[in-house]
Unconditional design. Structure first.
Length: 404
């Protein structure tokens, strides 16, 4: 048995019973993944860029208590989107018994196709669904829509039924009644931070293989460009300058330049910290027929917990190619740590196959307890005003492209 196999055998595989028990004994599940740039420790990666080409630098406290210059490589929101995307792929490719709620644009915009609650910023509360209909009935007026609108932490059964992932990734019905729709906090939070980050510089240059020196450009009568002044239209008895430079046409030479921002960062390594809050899950109640039952609540909560663990596992399987020039590699597969209420820890191994098996089992147990569950796809149709909006948006985009 090699070192990697020994490491995998070090911890016992987590089970459905462990998750059930954790709802009584645990405070959180935590997974800490150490990563390094694919180019090697100390090589350059490119973080997400914010306003004015800036990166999100901050000083954090390292494991040994020292101050560390860090940079955000993947935000909580971005991580949530990656987990939802991975979970959606798993639902489509594996028999997980999870139905999808989506709006089908295929008839009008084949390039858009079907958009599910796993793919939009506000999940089931997104305006795309608000502006869609089911069998001719506006979505919010349907049984599904009303179940969602009525959901709150005292009775989250409607969301559990039709959009359970909203209860782990968070949701705010900001366009709900009076703009005061219900909020549900995130129960799973993950982010990736680069450590010992040193900003780099951005360089640019271009040597054109056919242009020796960059001539001026002039506008012709048909609105195109020419490098010959005699072929241009006149403006105040002088050749009219063309509005674009040669470099904007991807022609000519570009003088080598250096910018102090946007040049990536060198890092020793990175850390992905993922936390699933058990108290946040336990706030959620799922009364059946108006009756509260801790046993029923717990079975629904374990479904959500197993859904979160499955999402984390599938996202890890997809790797850490965060964006162009930001590929990270994990230093092994970390255990899943259960932090008990007294602060002690227990460690488990988990992979996506195990996580999916637990998820399917937890759904089965919840359904046996009488909890509702969407196990078939529900297709909405976009309303005419939404179709018109998309068409007009595309027309304007094309007009702007032609004018540029």
């Amino acid at each position: 048995m090699n070192e990697m196999d020994e490491e995998k055998q070090k911890y016992r595989k987590i089970s459905y019973e462990d998750l059930l028990e954790s709802m009584d004994s645990g405070s959180a599940f935590r997974q800490i993944t150490r990563l390094y740039p694919a180019g090697g420790k100390g090589s350059k990666v490119y973080p997400p860029t914010f306003a004015e080409g800036k990166y999100a630098f901050e000083t954090r406290i390292g494991e040994n208590g020292q101050l560390v210059q860090s940079v955000l490589l993947d935000s909580v929101q971005s991580q949530a989107n990656r987990m939802e995307e991975a979970l959606l792929q798993a639902i489509k490719s594996r028999n997980l018994g999870i139905g999808l709620l989506y709006t089908d644009f295929s008839e009008y915009f084949p390039d858009i196709g079907k958009i599910s609650t796993y793919e939009v910023p506000h999940r089931i509360a997104d305006a795309i669904f608000r502006e869609s209909s089911l069998n001719g009935v506006p979505f919010r007026d349907t049984e599904i829509g009303q179940s969602f609108v009525r959901s709150n932490i005292r009775d989250a059964t409607g969301l559990f039924h039709y959009c359970p992932h909203a209860l782990i990734f968070g949701i705010w019905d900001s366009t709900g009644p009076g703009g005061m729709g219900n909020k549900f906090q995130r129960t799973v939070v993950s982010e990736i931070v680069g450590l010992n980050a040193k900003p780099g510089v951005q360089t640019s240059s271009r040597i054109d293989p056919i242009i020796r020196s960059n001539p001026s450009l002039f506008e012709t009568s048909d609105g195109t460009w020419t490098a010959v002044p005699e072929k241009s239209v006149l403006e105040k008895n002088k050749p009219k300058k063309f509005p674009k430079k040669l470099s904007e046409l991807n022609l000519g030479n570009v003088v080598p330049t250096i910018k102090e921002t946007g040049g990536g960062v060198s890092i020793d390594g990175a850390v992905q910290t993922t936390v699933i809050s058990i108290p946040a899950l336990k706030k959620l109640r799922f009364p059946l027929d108006g009756a509260n039952s801790e046993a029923t609540d717990k079975k629904a909560q374990v479904v959500l917990l197993s859904l979160a663990i499955s999402a984390v596992s599938h996202a890890r399987d997809k790797g850490y190619d965060l964006r162009s020039r930001c590929l990270l590699v994990p230093e092994g597969i970390p255990p899943l740590e259960l932090i008990n209420k007294d602060g002690s820890s227990r460690f488990f191994s988990v992979d996506s196959k195990t996580a999916d098996e637990i998820l399917v089992n937890s759904i089965d147990q919840a359904r046996k307890a009488g909890l509702p569950w969407l196990d078939r796809d529900v297709a909405l149709k976009p309303n005419s005003n939404l179709i018109d909006l998309i068409r007009r948006s595309r027309e304007l985009h094309d007009e702007e492209e032609n004018e540029a």
